[in-house]
Design a protein around this ligand. Structure first.
Ligand SMILES: *Cc1c(COP(=O)(O)O)cnc(C)c1O
Length: 380
């Protein structure tokens, strides 16, 4: 492939921080870059309780442990997402219930969530948490969702793995719910080569998450352990990369939004739709995701033909309720319509790197338009 979906984009400042780690011999986990990265990211998202982790998945696992999720508990989660939003539910022995999406943002439907909560309340078993995702960096209907969660007294976890820099009413996604996290995996909007950040709601909660992330050592001189811990901290070298990346996050958001805008303009004459920004929100448009209408190729045919042209694209995430791994899980929709399935069947993600050149994007656009002609000719 010549044109990738989303590739790392260095600022040039990363090596300075990494070299600092080397010259001070802070190669071991933890160290000054980790503390600085937590502080600097905390400043960027305006949130005081940040904890750098080895991955976004580890951050979510810690989130569930920190709020006390136990075996047999139920967690509600958006179905249309990457599997890492859900697997930690199984790590702690809880049971996921999947919630359908709405058409506008493609994220959790507040209506379906309310319906599921009412059903759960009737059965006398409310979930212990709700996990909402800001898919591809587009802000979910987070105000309504938070309101509903508060009404039922259920903690809200924000999976902001894909949405660093996306805002709602001036607040950063990840800081709106009770607990949130980001991912710095290689293909995300900024990267540490691998890593994550957990956002907690108090200093004591942060202290507890930190303890679990460092083998749950008790606060005594020798190594004393009362509960199971993990090795989930970010390394000082990786945090150095993160610091260099964080300096350019706003540029990266602008670049991805420009990529989106160009696609939207160039495809204005064809029958496609996109995730919408709700009022007072800003998406980071990590990936441009598009629904193809009836007059273009099928999703798979489009992906195939883009691939033939050296362009990487991929289907929208396959919803969790359709995954063999989660086939027995409950799934709640507003009515008979399965919105997330439809979004999956017709949805494609286009190359969206912040380093994508106009020339490269023009190639992608032309390839998509050519596919449309191909199909039209064939059907004549
Ligand atoms: C990437 C991602 C994660 C997991 O993050 P890792 O750092 O890869 O563990 C979780 N949820 C979503 C929606 C993601 O895209």
């Amino acid at each position: 492939m010549n044109i990738l979906l989303s590739k790392p984009h260095m600022s040039g400042r990363e090596m300075a921080y990494v070299e600092e780690a080397f010259s001070s011999n802070w190669i071991a986990p933890l160290g000054p870059n980790v503390n600085a990265f937590e502080e600097e990211l905390g400043k960027y998202v305006d949130h005081p309780y940040t904890l750098a982790t080895s991955s976004g998945t580890a951050a979510l696992h810690l989130a569930l442990l920190t709020i006390g999720i136990e075996r047999g508990d139920v967690i509600f989660c958006q179905s249309l997402t990457f599997v890492a939003s859900v697997n930690p539910i199984l790590y702690v022995g809880a049971t996921p219930v999947f919630i359908d999406s709405e058409q506008e943002t493609w994220n959790m439907s507040p209506e379906a969530l309310r319906k599921a909560l009412v059903q759960a309340a009737t059965k006398g078993k409310l979930p212990k948490a709700v996990i909402v995702v800001h898919l591809y960096g587009v802000v979910a209907k987070i105000g309504e969702i938070r309101h509903i969660c508060q009404e039922f007294g259920v903690p809200l976890i924000e999976d902001a793995a894909e949405s660093l820099g996306a805002t709602w009413q001036g607040q950063m996604t990840g800081t709106i719910g009770d607990i949130g996290f980001y991912s710095f995996n290689g293909n995300k909007i900024i990267t540490t080569s691998g890593g994550g950040m957990l956002l907690l709601s108090s200093d004591s909660q942060r202290q507890y998450a930190l303890k679990l992330a460092t083998q749950a050592r008790e606060n005594v001189l020798h190594y004393e352990h009362e509960e199971v811990g993990y090795n989930y901290r970010l390394s000082n070298v990786s945090a150095g990369i993160g610091r260099g990346q964080l300096e350019v996050i706003e540029q990266r958001v602008r670049a991805r939004r420009n990529v989106f805008r160009r696609y939207e303009q160039m495809f204005s004459t064809i029958d496609v739709t996109y995730q919408q920004e709700i009022p007072f929100s800003r998406a980071n448009r990590w990936l441009t995701a598009m629904q193809i209408g009836r007059d273009i190729a099928s999703r798979d045919q489009l992906i195939q033909r883009l691939g033939d042209a050296g362009i990487e694209s991929r289907p929208v995430w396959k919803p969790m309720h359709l995954q063999p791994l989660y086939r027995d899980a409950e799934y709640v929709t507003v009515d008979k319509e399965d919105v997330s399935r439809h979004l999956f069947e017709n949805g494609i993600c286009l190359p969206s790197s912040s380093s994508l050149t106009i020339g490269e994007q023009q190639k992608v656009i032309q390839a998509v338009l050519d596919t449309r002609h191909f199909v039209k000719e064939k059907s004549v």
